[in-house]
Design a protein around this ligand. Structure first.
Ligand code: MN
Ligand code: MN
Length: 467
């Protein structure tokens, strides 16, 4: 590599030779399949487990029961309540000496159904929603939507629901006001043009059979359809989990097919690259770990989020397995010696909204994986600020493996900001830095990534876990 006194970031496409360009494009095809196979945290968790099992990963319970041995090279997965997953590849060094982790999240901003969602108004049946995570509400109107969810019926049986994804399925929609009548709406602030209680999903309008004066016949037919297909009644909604997501598949974007348009790159892109990095490894010195967490978009709270003791408990289980006994001090030492890439997407510089960014310190799509020293906002509030020593270590790992990387802050200092799971593991005294894929239109129903950044992120995670 050329040494110079000044630095300019490289275009990652130009760093690829023909064979790595092919590998990059093939990687993106597999990524699109992953995106299409799982749109909710439960579906993504299931897909992660499926792929891990295909590579020889076994559930932790097999190790706890003695069926499998927790020796170097052992591949272990743990699922927490169907919504988060952790993979471990045991190293030649014991777990108590620390881990190398790539941590990401599999929940995505969306519209959740309220517990009592179904109603009829003027011959139209709607579902009431409560949005999940940071969305721009107007983006969810007048676009095809799908319903995903899980219902546990009173008799204990479970029904998994997906409507709106296959070509024959119907889709749903949230209506918007025609421009001809939108004088008042257009005068409102963008954030107020569509309000939370207006995000009602149109789900039907044909009346069920019955006397002309009978009320709510449209709602009755919706319930009849759902009951015929899934065996559920309105009361089952009260305890179910339903999510409304954009309908449709991930698509190539651009004549050059250099980008991918899809729902939920944030953060299935870092999840997939982290997963593939884990699954590419067979033997490591330091135990490698992939975390695929839930609830990041709403603050990482709850038992499936990163604040949960779940992850710590699993490391404790591994230490107990390897040492024959559990010591709290071993656990604390392990976490203190742990190094983490917090895999989350970054805000890519968008020239159409240039005034929101500090261009010099923003990531750009096509310049490779993005390192973010700190997130937080308005004076670095609430951030994890990665240590220079660790950043330099990561830089050297990336450079030694031919990873094209860049740095990026989340927009202008006073403009806003955000956080991710980095600070949570850092609070357990691990070394952590944010590292992921820059995204255009983040949190929109369809987000955009560059295929070369996805590929570089995979190479970066693999190099970090495999040293
Ligand atoms: Mn994210
Ligand atoms: Mn996000």
């Amino acid at each position: 590599m050329k040494e110079t006194l000044t630095h300019e970031f490289e275009n990652a496409w130009e760093a690829l030779d023909e064979s790595s360009k092919k590998a990059c494009m093939a990687f993106s095809e597999a990524y699109k399949t992953f995106l299409n196979d799982g749109k909710t945290e439960r579906e993504s968790a299931r897909e992660i487990v499926k792929r891990a099992e295909n590579k020889g990963y076994k559930p932790l319970s097999d190790y706890l029961s003695g069926k499998e041995k927790a020796v170097a090279g052992a591949k272990i997965y743990v699922v927490n309540r169907d919504k988060s997953v952790v993979l471990f590849l045991l190293g030649s060094k014991p777990v108590k000496t620390g881990l190398h982790i790539v941590g990401s999240h599999i929940d995505v901003p969306r519209l959740d159904l309220k517990p009592y969602p179904l109603y009829e108004d003027e011959g139209l049946a709607f579902l009431k929603t409560h949005y999940y995570g940071g969305i721009k509400k107007y983006q969810w109107t007048a676009t095809p939507l799908a319903l995903h969810g899980v219902v546990f019926k009173k008799d204990g049986t479970r029904a998994d629901v997906i409507i709106g994804e296959s070509d024959e399925d119907p889709v749903f929609a949230i209506t918007d006001l025609l421009p001809h009548l939108a004088k008042d709406q257009n005068a409102k602030k963008l954030a107020e043009g569509i309000e939370g209680e207006m995000l009602n999903v149109l789900i039907g309008h044909m009346p069920a059979e019955g006397p002309k004066d009978k009320k709510d016949k449209v709602k009755a037919l919706v319930m009849k359809n759902l009951n015929e297909k899934y065996g559920i009644s309105e009361a089952d909604f009260l305890t179910a989990e339903f999510e409304i997501v954009p309908a449709g598949k991930a698509r190539d974007l651009g004549l050059d097919r250099s980008m991918i348009s899809a729902y939920g790159h944030d953060d299935r892109v870092c999840s997939y690259t982290g997963l593939e990095a884990m699954l590419s490894l067979e033997a490591v010195e330091v135990t490698a770990c992939g975390m695929f967490m839930d609830k990041e978009e709403v603050g990482s709270n709850g038992n499936t989020g990163s604040h949960s003791r779940f992850f710590e408990n699993m490391v404790a289980e591994l230490i107990a397995l390897q040492e024959g006994q559990y010591s709290d001090l071993d656990l604390r030492r392990a976490l203190s010696a742990t190094k983490v890439l917090s895999g989350d997407v970054g805000a890519a510089y968008d020239p159409n909204f240039g005034s929101a960014y500090d261009k010099r310190n923003s990531a750009q799509i096509g310049r490779g994986v993005q390192l973010v020293k700190y997130t937080g906002s308005r004076g670095k509030y609430d951030c994890n600020d990665a240590n220079a020593e660790f950043l330099n270590e990561v830089r050297n790992v990336f450079d030694a493996s031919g990873v094209v990387w860049q740095i990026g802050e989340l927009g202008k200092v006073d403009q806003g900001g955000g956080g991710t799971i980095a600070y949570i593991l850092a609070n357990a005294n691990a070394e952590v830095v944010d590292c992921g894929v820059p995204v255009l239109s983040m949190h929109a129903p369809y987000e955009i990534v560059s295929k070369v950044d996805v590929y570089m992120t995979y190479l970066a995670y693999r190099a970090f876990l495999n040293r």
